[in-house]
Design a binder for this molecule. Structure first.
Ligand code: ATP
Ligand code: MG
Length: 707
């Protein structure tokens, strides 16, 4: 048997050997769906003699795409380089860069993020003399585009007022937004997919070409595709679809972004004759954890029953900690993690980003390094946006939003009135703002500075095509004196460090991917927050992230915190059964990330929006039969064997400590206390009245009091 099959169970093997025609792998969490896709691709290459340049695999994040590619490289060698592994959005950018002209795109089109969208919307609202905030309109635009059914359809169902203005006025905002984008050679995130569909529909010859590059298509996490992604998949798959989708309806958690669970439920209707493969063995979680997961998800009314059996028998009981308040909850998490050690194997998951602050604070206080995923927004920082804006304008001078961002950044004596006059001129003549800059002589009386700026831009435009991103940004920094300008600012040091981090990211990217400045900017635009550079996080860090970001991942130890009404289920989801069930699926996703050890916790009091509030335990906890849970106190339980781990990794540095959790000790200065953790040469001791102290056994002079 091919070695690609030996490490798989019979159902997985069936999926791997499936050759032509549609197939659906539908199975619960941790049943090896993603692994099956990887093996299937390797099998196509090795046993079916399919060319790598005929295979497409769509993943949910760029990071997942990177990991899949890496694994395939290990399995099949350099051939993996020619595989097309990407997210829907990255795939669309690649297609539009190659064929966008067919639908009227300029080659240098830029991709607008939320921030750019907001600026454009604010301008439109001002122009229409509306006193409204951009948020609701952005949501409206997202909604229209995510569903892919256009403005007319949307208007039919829309409420009478949007963002405080009548809906026909809102429709005008939408139209102006669209023409604003077009004028600036910009697309928003959703346009990427919509325009690709338009391209395929209007130009069958292009679709034909792309299909040759995607003869065998795989889509992971298919339960979270939205109608637009569904349509794109359908077009790519064509008349004779060699399409394998894998997913788990119980893990559909993006309904709030229009993901449609029916895409996976109706697969066999949409693709008649599809082979359906069910995987029923879970390889990830201990049976103790899996029982809890199954008990929770069973409570959903709107679901298909599935079987999910454990392969890892037994395991530690799932622990439940009830904290008096959110601070104590965070302190508990920090203490337990100190006790456990092996930081990279631990994840703390929560419903909302706001919950991360307390956790981070307590972990840092306990000297536990933390990797905070998704909250930082590296590419949203002002100094980073400034530098990126130079790049975008150099590639696409029609991008007026970014042009205005850099016109006086760093300050070069071009005042707001001057800019306003030039912008007005541009609006009157219906041209991009850069044209008004070029004709500054005719518009303003002292055009010297503007002229110098235009000259700088011209030089940068040339540089944009001649050098890679690193050299380009260095040049911007040199020619504009931006570094010096930052130094003058109060938090300039931090900002300068971020600038260096951008240069580092660009350099890494050039080494790993390579390409032009434009390619780099694409990759930045497509990077989700959760995948952004983190600055210098040590390897040995605990991962903190939202439940949504944890999708598809696994960790030996997982803490699920904040299991309270109004948090999970979230307060916005309490009114509709569909929403509540999505929250329950989110809980299920969280539970099933854990391999060996799972902690659940909730606090009886928490500050929300600066107000202290009592909270009730999540109704989802009641879904779990009490005998599947073990309640623990503030200092955990003695069932956690200090220093042992169910999947030990060789860690030569860690030596056994002479102390054990629970032992009473006396310290010459702090008096008597209780050992709560012992790791290597260090012990953590709780001293009544003093709190936790981490001490080096060698120097602390601890004395054992009992036993
Ligand atoms: N046949 C198998 N034998 C041993 N281990 C397996 C087998 N299949 C999968 N695994 C392991 O089980 C774990 C879960 O696999 P995988 O991530 O592919 O599951 P999944 O179904 O994609 O999960 P999710 O629904 O969370 O995305 C991985 O560590 C994987 O290597
Ligand atoms: Mg998976």
């Amino acid at each position: 048997m091919s070695d690609l099959l030996t490490s798989l169970n019979p159902s997985q093997q069936e999926a791997v050997k499936h050759f032509e025609g549609p197939a659906l792998v539908v199975a619960g969490a941790g049943s090896g769906k993603t692994r099956t896709v990887v093996h299937r691709i390797a099998y196509l290459l090795r046993e079916r003699r399919v060319y790598p340049a005929e295979i497409l695999a769509v993943t949910f994040t760029n990071k997942a795409a990177g990991e899949m590619k890496e694994r395939l490289e290990k399995m099949v060698g350099p051939a993996a380089k020619d595989l097309w592994v990407s997210t829907f959005h990255s795939a669309a950018v690649r297609i539009l860069r190659a064929y966008g002209e067919f639908v009227g795109l300029k080659p240098g089109f830029v991709i607008y993020d939320d921030d750019d969208q907001n600026i454009l919307l604010k301008e439109i609202l001002k122009e229409l003399e509306l006193e409204a905030k951009p948020g609701p309109f952005r949501a409206m635009i997202d909604r229209i585009k995510n569903r892919g059914d256009g403005l007319v359809e949307f208007m039919r169902e829309a409420p009478d007022f949007i963002g405080g203005v009548p809906k026909d006025v809102a429709a005008e905002v939408y139209r102006k937004y669209q023409s604003g984008l077009r004028m600036q050679g910009a697309l928003d995130f959703n346009d990427l997919l919509l325009l690709t569909i338009e391209l395929f529909e209007q130009h069958p010859e292009v679709l034909h070409k792309v299909r040759q590059r995607a003869r065998f298509i795989h889509v992971d996490e298919y339960q979270d595709t939205n109608p637009v992604q569904y349509e794109l998949t359908r077009l790519l798959a064509g008349e004779k679809p060699n399409l394998m989708v894998v997913g788990d309806p119980d893990q559909s958690i993006y309904g709030f972004r229009n993901a449609d669970i029916n895409n996976i439920l109706d697969f066999t209707k949409d693709y008649p004759g599809a082979r359906v493969i069910r995987l029923e063995e879970n390889y990830r979680s201990s049976s103790a954890i899996l029982r809890v997961a199954n008990a929770v998800i069973e409570k959903n009314a709107l679901r298909l029953e599935k079987i999910l059996r454990p392969t890892k028998e037994g395991g530690e009981p799932v622990r439940l900690y009830r904290a008096p308040n959110a601070r104590e909850e965070a302190a508990f998490v920090a203490r337990e993690i100190l006790k456990l050690g092996h930081y990279p194997q631990v994840a703390v998951l929560y419903r909302t980003n706001a919950q991360s602050r307390l956790l981070e604070e307590h972990l840092r206080r306990a000297n536990v390094p933390v990797r905070l995923v998704g909250a930082v927004g590296f590419y949203e920082r002002r100094e980073i946006k400034d530098l990126l804006a130079y790049g975008r304008v150099a590639i696409n001078p029609a991008d007026s939003i970014n042009l205005r961002r850099i016109v006086n950044t760093p300050p070069r004596g071009i005042g707001a009135t001057t800019v306003a006059r030039l912008v007005e001129h541009a609006q009157k003549t219906g041209t991009p703002v850069i044209e008004a800059f070029r004709a500054a002589e005719q518009v303003i009386s002292r055009p010297q500075q503007v002229r110098a700026f235009v000259q700088l831009l011209d030089e940068l435009m040339e540089a944009a095509f001649e050098t890679g991103p690193t050299a380009f940004f260095e040049r911007v920094l040199d020619e504009t004196g931006y570094r010096d300008a930052l130094k003058q600012e109060q938090d300039g040091e931090d900002r300068l460090q971020n600038v260096e981090e951008l240069l580092r990211a660009a350099r890494d990217w050039e080494e790993e991917e390579g390409g032009s400045l434009a390619d780099f900017l694409d990759s930045v635009a497509l990077t989700a927050k959760a995948e952004e550079p983190q600055g210098d996080v040590p390897e040995e860090a605990v991962t903190l992230m939202t439940l949504h970001n944890a999708k598809g991942l696994e960790f030996p130890t997982v803490f699920l915190v904040g299991l309270e009404e109004n948090l999970l289920p979230h307060r916005n989801s309490l009114n509709r059964l569909e929403d509540l069930e999505e929250e329950r699926r989110l809980f299920y996703v969280g539970i099933t990330r854990a391999q060996d050890r799972l902690y659940l916790s909730y606090a009886e009091e928490r500050e929300t929006y600066g107000k202290r509030e009592f909270s009730r335990p999540s109704r989802f906890i009641e879904d779990i039969p009490p005998d599947l849970l073990k309640e623990v106190g503030a200092f955990g339980d003695s069932a956690v064997p200090v220093l042992s781990y169910s999947r030990p990794e060789p860690r030569p540095k860690t030596q056994l400590s002479e102390f054990k959790g629970g032992e009473k000790v006396r310290h010459p200065k702090f008096g008597s206390g209780t050992v709560v953790a012992a790791m290597g040469g260090e012990v953590t001791v709780m001293f009544p009245g003093l709190g936790l102290k981490k001490l080096a056994v060698k120097f602390a002079g601890l004395e054992r009091l009992d036993g």
